[in-house]
Design a protein around this ligand. Structure first.
Ligand code: UDP
Ligand code: UDP
Length: 465
């Protein structure tokens, strides 16, 4: 457009964009990456709202490191009023934090108004309450869906599914895939669950957003991206910006020298990296089977163990969780830790040969961007849908009958050991994972689909549309 050409000659405008993530590292990490990409890569003036207090220490530490590393990113603190909701006692602390933030949405208006921004990018879990606040302020509101485009298509379709005749069956997302009921986030089986209510309310609100961001790339999920853009999933769906895989922000000061030095000493592609993300802990009996399996595989491994949902409450010693004998038996060929590792960097280390993952979307985007094959072991929420993408794209393997949270089944150590060995030895899988990595690099490089998509978003923010 001519207005854009005029600006190219004059001083380039720096659109001010306010980012509003919600609770949990799975949401904060992609927002930090977006902040870095917009601020450093696309010369935007970025503010990040920090909703305090955070649920986990991991988030608090990450925020401190982020603002120290990116002084140009403004920090807008928002202190959450205490939530008076006895009915939610015992609910997942991250979902309770979403709910507290949702109920405080009107209180965010003065902060957003004072930011003088050209656009707001809000987390998906806050969509239905923030879109009206932004409209009132005449502030364009974009919604960032922090999981996969395939999951996004399910999310967007779900209200229509509930209203339709097929409710209760598998969900046949138009133009995408049939999502089996067994792959639905567990919470959705209960209509009164807090998560379900937020899920449906946010899903219904999406059409009112000015645009939608997804941390994926077109070649990874072509079916879902196309169906969303063509309006097959929801007619008249807003613009979809596919901006991934967003690059992890590197915090050298946070990297723990223990594991870096240990990794440096291991042969190339010899180490199995094991992590089930930041949100959940495996049940104790499953944890022991996994320990048995890793030991029996004979492989070297780096295992990040979590003993509780919230890190601050995770006081258990490793020896208590896994047994002193185990730690002694594997010492020398394994590093087991309860500390935070900079996973984006770990996965890029040449010593890593595969990733046993719960399939949180951020973890998967990091594996794709590192070309590391995944042994998918989804546990909850969107993770089975994500595991389907891993399997379909040849980025790893998924044993569908392995149990997930709420299933009574226990996956035995011998089976885990066999699967780990077979993935480590699978050259075809390594090649197809490398192809996924190459496609990811092409998408984010100058001229690639994700690069252009993010540039288009910035251009729209400049135009005030
Ligand atoms: N993560 C990390 N170090 C850890 C554990 C997790 O850096 O020790 C990061 C991981 O790389 C990812 C995020 O935390 O970026 C977790 O998000 P994901 O979507 O994978 O799963 P969730 O934790 O939300 O289940
Ligand atoms: N799948 C899933 N959730 C999805 C999409 C697929 O659980 O959102 C599973 C599906 O059940 C299948 C695998 O992922 O086992 C691959 O799916 P697809 O239908 O693409 O391939 P198929 O093997 O059926 O040809």
């Amino acid at each position: 457009s001519s207005s854009r050409d005029d600006r190219a000659g004059a001083a380039a405008p720096r659109p001010r964009i306010v980012l509003l993530p919600s609770a949990g590292m799975g949401h904060l990490a992609p927002f930090s990456r977006l902040a870095a990409a917009l601020s450093s890569g696309h010369a935007c003036d970025v503010s990040l709202v920090t909703v305090l207090p955070t649920v986990s220490s991991a988030e608090a530490g990450h925020l401190d490191a982020l603002f120290a590393a990116f002084p140009a990113v403004r920090r807008l603190d928002f202190h959450l009023p205490p939530l008076d909701a006895p009915e939610l006692s015992g609910a997942d602390p991250f979902y309770v934090h979403y709910e507290a933030t949702r109920r405080s949405a009107p209180l965010l208006a003065p902060l957003l108004a004072a930011a003088g921004a050209a656009a707001l990018v809000a987390d998906i879990s806050l969509a239905s309450v923030l879109i009206p606040v932004a409209k009132e302020l005449r502030l364009p509101c974009y919604v960032f869906f922090t999981a996969s485009a395939t999951m996004f298509s399910f999310y967007a379709y779900y209200p229509a599914y509930l209203d339709g005749a097929g409710a209760g069956d598998d969900a046949d997302v138009p133009g995408v895939y049939r999502i089996p009921k067994s792959s639905f986030p567990q919470a959705l089986h209960d209509r009164n669950n807090l998560f379900t209510q937020q899920f449906v309310a946010n899903g219904r609100s999406l059409s009112k957003a000015d645009g939608l961001l997804v941390n994926t790339f077109d070649a990874l999920e072509p079916e879902a991206v196309r169906a969303l853009r063509q309006g097959s999933v929801v007619p008249g769906f807003p613009l979809v910006f596919t901006v991934g895989p967003l690059s992890p922000v590197s915090f050298p000061a946070r990297a723990c020298s223990d594991y870096s030095a240990w990794l440096d000493a291991q042969p190339e592609r010899s180490v199995v990296y094991v992590s089930f993300g930041s949100r959940k802990a495996l049940a104790r009996d499953q944890l022991s089977e996994l320990a048995d399996g890793l030991e029996a595989s004979g492989c070297r491994f780096l295992w990040v163990v979590k003993g509780a949902v919230v890190d601050k409450e995770d006081g258990a010693e490793l020896s208590e969780l896994l047994g002193e004998g185990f730690l002694q038996r594997v010492s020398g060929r394994a590093l087991v830790t309860k500390a935070w590792v900079e996973q984006g960097e770990v996965l890029k280390h040449p010593a890593i040969g595969m990733f046993v993952s719960h399939c949180g979307w951020n973890s998967l985007t990091e594996a794709f961007a590192a070309g590391v094959p995944v042994l998918a072991w989804p546990r909850f929420a969107d993770q089975r849908v994500n595991a389907g993408i891993v399997a379909r794209r040849g980025a790893g393997v998924w044993v569908e009958r392995w149990s997930w949270e709420g299933d009574p089944g226990l996956v035995k150590g011998e089976e885990i050991a066999e699967k780990v060995k077979s993935v480590m030895a699978d050259d075809m899988l390594r090649r197809s994972s490398t192809e996924v990595l190459e496609a990811a690099m092409t998408a984010v490089a100058g001229g690639g689909t994700s690069y252009r998509s993010l540039a288009e978003l910035v251009a729209r923010c400049c135009d005030g549309s």
